[in-house]
Write a protein that binds this ligand. Structure first.
Ligand SMILES: [Ca+2]
Ligand SMILES: [Ca+2]
Ligand SMILES: [Ca+2]
Length: 254
């Protein structure tokens, strides 16, 4: 359907639509100066609507999903989902059907109250694996990918008390992804170094501020070594967080 929008109709539209139409009008004015008074618009192609999202579609997980991550678990080029289910004591894996829909969940048992889930190839076989913090168990569960989108049973590694957020990074620069876990109850972050086969060494703890609940990785001082930044629920000053990140660099290199 072809329609015509007058300047008054343009003024009544949203701010984004006005900006978009203004850009189009300018472009057309460059080629066809006479088109300045009336913008010809083909509503079968609507750049304004292309910036919005369709109605959500819900998929079932186990009880109280706390976090979600994305990875191509069956290596078909289509992004799949995994959720950590706090009350279900499980992760749910939902494989992508290829058309934007997902197959029914497949659950894998975790420890108690899984909180955060992340994806990494921990055994370096080209298949993305899973790691999950278990807030109620004081552990992180690692699930190695069997291929085909299924996972082996979990292997647990001890963390500090009430592990919540965690991050994946290569902290010792050996090409194998390691884990850094924020321990909410202990005011520490646990670093677990990958042994290379998808198993992890015993944790090494570093002090944080009070009640750390999330951790991320970045090279903040540009020395090529990954640093950590932790947000602490009990403290409000971001400068303290960054100072800790610098301390971590010197500690991990000792
Ligand atoms: Ca896939
Ligand atoms: Ca793997
Ligand atoms: Ca490593």
């Amino acid at each position: 359907m072809r329609s015509y929008i007058t300047p008054s109709q343009v003024a009544a539209s949203s701010e984004f639509a006005r900006a978009t139409l203004k850009t189009i009008a300018k472009a057309r004015a460059f080629v066809f100066p006479a088109a300045l008074l009336m913008v010809c618009w083909d509503f079968s192609v609507e750049p304004v609507m292309a910036q919005s999202f369709a109605t959500p579609v819900n998929y079932g997980s186990a009880l109280f999903p706390e976090s979600v991550a994305v990875g191509d678990f069956n290596n078909d080029g289509k992004a799949d989902l995994v959720t950590a289910n706090f009350s279900g004591n499980s992760v749910s894996v939902l494989l992508n059907n290829g058309d934007g829909t997902f197959a029914a969940k497949v659950d894998y048992a975790t420890g108690m109250h899984p909180f955060s889930v992340a994806v990494g190839d921990f055994n370096n076989d080209g298949k993305p694996d899973l790691a999950v913090t278990n807030r109620g168990s004081g552990t992180v569960s690692v699930f190695l990918n069997n291929g085909g989108g299924t996972f082996a049973a979990k292997v647990d590694y001890a963390t500090g008390g009430a592990p919540q957020g965690f991050a994946v990074g290569d902290f010792n620069l050996d090409g194998k992804p390691d884990l850094a876990v924020a321990n909410f109850n202990d005011s520490t972050v646990s670093v677990l170094i990958n042994n290379g086969s998808g198993t992890f060494a015993t944790k090494v703890d570093y002090p944080t501020g009070g009640f750390p609940n999330s951790v991320a990785v970045g090279d903040f001082n540009l020395d090529g070594r990954p640093d950590l930044v932790v947000v602490n629920n009990a403290e409000k000053l971001p400068t303290k967080v960054l100072r800790f990140a610098r301390l971590f660099v010197s500690s991990i290199r000792c």
